[in-house]
Unconditional design. Structure first.
Length: 369
């Protein structure tokens, strides 16, 4: 399956809207924070910065969402994995923005921001979720079979009702054949991705089980619904919710890699981005607090936390390197770029709308993974 040209353009526009919303909040915090360094440590989770910067609203997932949506928008226009890229952008948006629906309505948020700022954040959350739904609808409505007939202009069919290329010959005209596909990740690379993402998901799940045993039920529920003592930013995501989302995304991408599914690359890149961001912020915070220099003297739980951050960074970076290899933004083939729209359904390429049916078109080669 591939996407029509109109669906690609629509998906790119929707991704641009998501990126613009994230960029607007980042710019707002850059103007409010005491420099870029202070904003970075706020994103990394430094408790001292969290307590002294109550008017900051974003998290490290906002620049990640900005970058991811920008890449997905480019992929929508240029990549054979356009559908998967748009779905991955929608999934990450849901994971990061959905908790805002109830967090921004919580009474304890009155202590974090003014009513006007909360109202703007709520509008932004609703808009982001609506755009994410629009991305899913665009992918569903814009999908076309890879062997759909080509438009009449695809290979210069004559206006006298002649069949498109392939009716009398199985070879396309010189220079008009499908472009070669982007290099596929090897079987070994996909197996490595499966192992890394599964291991990272298992570590995240293990931490949730740990907190389930350590916290009373009422406090543990706050890891999903939010609570006052979590010091969440205005656009923050509760840690339990985030852990569950990352586990689900990672396991889905890992299964897709094992089965060589078409969505494995974009969803795997999304999971790699989430893991890498978590690892980078965790290691940065451990360095700031000098945990690495006194690693041997740390309690067991703290050592496991530092080890988890290192593992997440390694898993995310290696997964990203394996899945991003090759021409990830290869131009769509002539077959994909000239996919017929609804107005061409039932019409043979090269024939006017009122002409009778012509010879059946040949099946075009399937797009690359």
């Amino acid at each position: 399956m591939t996407l029509t040209r109109g669906a690609r353009a629509t998906g790119a526009v929707l991704c641009a809207v998501l990126a613009a919303l994230a960029a607007a909040w980042i710019v707002r915090d850059l103007r409010t924070a005491d420099g870029l360094s202070a904003l970075w440590w706020f994103w990394a989770g430094d408790g001292r910065t969290l307590l002294s910067a109550r008017q900051l609203t974003t998290t490290l997932h906002d620049p990640l969402l900005l970058l991811g949506c920008a890449v997905a928008g480019l992929a929508a226009l240029r990549s054979r994995a356009a559908a998967g890229a748009l779905v991955a952008a929608a999934v990450v948006t849901f994971a990061v923005r959905l908790p805002g629906l109830w967090l921004l309505s919580a009474h304890w948020m009155d202590l974090r921001a003014t009513g006007e700022l909360r109202g703007r954040a709520l509008v932004s959350v609703f808009t982001s979720l609506a755009v994410a739904v629009g991305l899913i609808i665009t992918v569903v409505a814009g999908r076309r079979p890879a062997d759909a007939p080509l438009r009449a202009t695809a290979y210069g069919a004559s206006s006298q009702g002649q069949a498109a290329y392939g009716a009398s010959s199985q070879e396309p005209p010189h220079g008009a054949g499908p472009a070669p596909g982007a290099p596929h990740p090897s079987r070994g690379a996909l197996l490595t991705v499966f192992v890394l993402l599964t291991a990272a998901a298992a570590v995240r799940a293990a931490w949730e089980l740990y907190w389930t045993a350590q916290l009373p039920a009422s406090s543990y529920a706050g890891r999903f619904t939010g609570r006052a003592n979590l010091l969440l930013p205005l656009l923050g995501t509760p840690p339990g919710w985030l852990n569950t989302a990352v586990v689900a995304i990672s396991l889905t991408a890992a299964g897709g890699a094992l089965l060589r599914a078409s969505f494995a690359r974009p969803l795997g890149l999304a999971a790699a981005g989430l893991l890498t961001a978590s690892g980078v912020s965790g290691i940065a915070l451990a360095t700031r607090l000098d945990l690495l220099g006194h690693f041997g003297a740390l309690p067991t739980v703290d050592r496991l936390a530092v080890g988890s951050w290192v593992g997440e960074l390694a898993a995310g970076a290696v997964t990203f390197a394996l899945l991003a290899r090759g021409s990830a933004f290869a131009e769509p083939t002539a077959v994909e770029d000239l996919r017929p729209g609804p107005q061409d359904r039932g019409r043979e390429p090269g024939r006017p709308a009122d002409a009778g049916p012509g010879p059946p078109p040949p099946s075009s080669p399937p797009p690359g993974w």
